[in-house]
Design a protein around this ligand. Sequence first.
Ligand code: ADP
Ligand code: ZN
Length: 217
Amino acid sequence: MNAIIFGAPGSGKGTYSALLKEILGVEVISMGDIFRAMMTEKSILGRIIKDYVNAGLLVPDIIVVEVLKEFINHAPKDKGFVLDGYPRTLAQAEALEGIARIDVVMRLVVPDWIIIERLSSRRICRDCGQVYNVRFLKPKKEGTCDKCGGELYQRSDDNPEVIKMRLDLYEKETSPLLRFYEGKMVPIISHTVDALEIPPEKVVKYIVAELKRLKLA
Ligand code: ADP
Ligand code: ZN
């Protein structure tokens, strides 16, 4: 199964794809994680990416598409993958058509007020990328990852001004892509969250049940 997990920043894409990886054994290709790793490199490309990410802007399509191709080509062929954070523009969706077949879109619907609450208190593990929230999804020990003991940090783009920019870009550039996949008759699983604290396991259980119904899991 090749899937896209689709939703606004802070809608839970990273959290749910990590669980889907555990349950279904799929590869997860997270554009955001890839770019954050590249940002720490002292290369020119790393610096260019850092400027875009820190401003809440989209990294230019030609860079994104090339990076994605690399990762898809190196992913194990038999497992299938979940794309998190790709595609974000129509040009990216069109480029993907020539790279891989997409079987399903998993769409997360979360109101803006919840997203803003979540992103401003989000923390990430430096070592394994696990997502926490100092208010709603706390680690057992403050500042430390439950899974690997790594240090938790706050992303440079998780601040109110940049969050607003990211949400605006999502509305303008990314959310219209849903229609692109509807037009291609790709099945869409939708899950709506309307409360701040919903156990991620519950959401993922629903997604897995829907995937089974579609005979994709
Ligand atoms: P979120 O979904 O919470 O905004 P991500 O970790 O997916 O965060 O992405 C962080 C940042 O990385 C984005 O704001 C953007 O600058 C850059 N980025 C990630 N994926 C893409 C993409 N497909 N196209 C362009 N920029 C991207
Ligand atoms: Zn960790």
